[in-house]
Design a protein around this ligand. Structure first.
Ligand code: EPU
Length: 439
């Protein structure tokens, strides 16, 4: 297992190219299962979660080819990716087995496409997760409303459609608000259903819109994506399409916070500030300036960072996927901040690791109270989940001395070439083989 060694204190300066969105690419890849022809996707990042989804598509009979990039990047950072083609060659299998699902919960995204296109789907039930309980009841409820029948068998959710799915009206909200992948699952399935579907309480995240845009290019009739009400009129078949995945707003936000925590100045190429309004609002109060310059995002930070309060919410609210990284920044702000997690109330694994670096964070239920300190100290910490790991990288960049982050495979699930991108703008970061502690 690999670790990161980060020598803190370097001010980041330069340009970073933002990759295509992981959370858009995953359900978009699953949606290609419904196409009768080849789909070409641009901007799909090289990440271990994407590799898992590609493996799943291959098991489900798809031929997947990743092309090499044509042009070298004009920037100093690493060269990103060429297009990826997906073509369904064999539609017999409909089983997403445990070996893949256990590594990646987003495997559940194949449920809607498989039921709509193949009439059957077997998906191993995703198990526990480091960020808390993550049920799939809303996915099931929505697909049931469209006429699918489900039962549990040997740890699998087994779904079946007699005839064709049928459009209907449904409410898809849950106790924590809307579901992103649940909305996408239902939207995908409804594109091939008979008649009209009206989803109320839909997730409004840009990733839902991106998947809808691909489906529309494939011939689907969808309206209202990006709002809480989506209207879908079913079609008989979907054809091939070419699509550019949106930039990864969470990766972009993480680099914005990296500029802020190092008192640095970054230009982010290919980012979309419109997707990050809640973050820029908080950063503005902290004293970090963000603006669009020649189509890029310019981030610069003042020496003094002010504390802020923040509550995570569904889009367009502050994203839960940036909560840990903002907390790392607030650990070195000048005063007390209060962070409340409304999407995953247990998503605080980073708190104890940040405290090991000298932070003062106290957790009370779904809230964390952060007392800003003058500085953090480098030490050995452990990555526990994807975004918690990103928070530790940010803390390490700002800390005095050297920070070693173990188990960085969590980070490789969601940040493409992160150490290369950071090193290109001045960070002192390297990937090393994990040092085993003496018994
Ligand atoms: N929920 C239910 N029932 C369901 C589904 C969700 O109660 O059937 C609850 C969840 O427990 C949570 C809330 O609804 O409290 C929102 O969960 P959602 O379904 O929206 O999450 P998701 O679609 O499974 C995606 C991202 C997550 C991100 C969330 C919230 C992907 C692959 N994953 O998950 O990303 O945190 O939306 O924005 O798109 C990450 O990238 O680190 C990550 C965890």
């Amino acid at each position: 297992m690999a670790s990161f060694l980060i020598r803190g204190g370097a001010r980041l300066k330069g340009t970073i190219e933002i990759s295509g969105s992981k959370n858009s690419s995953l359900p978009i890849l699953a949606a290609t299962l419904m196409s009768d022809e080849k789909c070409r996707l641009h901007g799909v990042p090289r990440l271990s979660d994407i590799d898992s989804m590609i493996k799943l598509l291959e098991v489900l009979g798809c031929h997947v080819v990743r092309h090499e990039p044509k042009d070298a990047s004009l920037l100093d950072g690493p060269v990103l990716n060429g297009p990826l083609d997906v073509e369904v060659r064999d539609s017999h299998n409909y089983m997403a087995d445990y070996e893949i699902v256990k590594t990646m919960r987003a495997s559940i995204s194949v449920l809607g496409p498989l039921l709509a296109k193949r009439g059957h789907a077997v998906c191993s039930l995703p198990g526990g997760c480091a960020i808390g309980d993550r049920p799939i009841d809303l996915h099931i409820r929505g697909l049931q409303k469209l006429g699918a029948q489900f039962h549990i068998e040997g740890g699998n959710i087994v779904g079946e459609v007699r005839g064709r799915l049928k459009g209907c009206s449904m409410f898809l909200g849950g106790p924590q608000g809307p579901t992103v992948l649940g909305t996408i699952n239902v939207m995908c399935a409804a594109t091939l259903a008979e008649g009209k579907t009206h989803v109320v309480g839909a997730a409004c995240e840009p990733e839902v819109v991106d998947c809808a845009e691909l489906l529309i290019k494939m011939g689907a009739h969808i309206k209202g994506q990006g709002t809480a009400e989506i209207y879908i009129e079913g079609v008989d078949a979907l054809h091939g399409a070419e699509h550019h995945v949106i930039p990864d707003r969470i990766e972009c936000g993480t680099f914005m916070l990296a500029a802020a925590i190092t008192n640095g100045e970054l230009l982010l190429k290919n980012g979309n500030l419109d997707h990050l309004v809640a973050l820029t609002d908080r950063l503005d109060e902290v004293g970090v300036r963000t603006e669009s310059v020649n189509g890029m995002i310019h981030v610069s930070s003042s020496r003094r960072l002010y504390p802020v309060d923040m509550t995570t919410q569904p889009y367009p609210g502050f994203p839960t996927d940036l909560q840990a990284q903002l907390m790392a920044l607030l650990c070195v702000a000048d005063g007390f901040s209060v962070i409340t997690e409304r999407i995953y109330p247990d998503r605080f694994m980073h708190v104890s690791e940040l405290n090991r670096m000298g932070a003062r964070v106290r957790k009370e239920g779904p809230t964390a109270i952060v007392q800003g300190m003058k500085e953090l100290q480098g030490t050995t910490v452990m990555a526990s989940d994807l975004r918690a790991s990103a928070a530790l990288v940010l803390a390490g960049l700002a800390a005095r001395g050297t920070t070693r982050i173990d188990r960085v495979y969590h980070i490789d699930r969601g940040y493409e070439k992160i150490e290369q991108k950071l090193a290109a703008v001045g960070a002192q970061i390297e990937r090393v083989a994990e040092v085993k502690a003496a018994a």
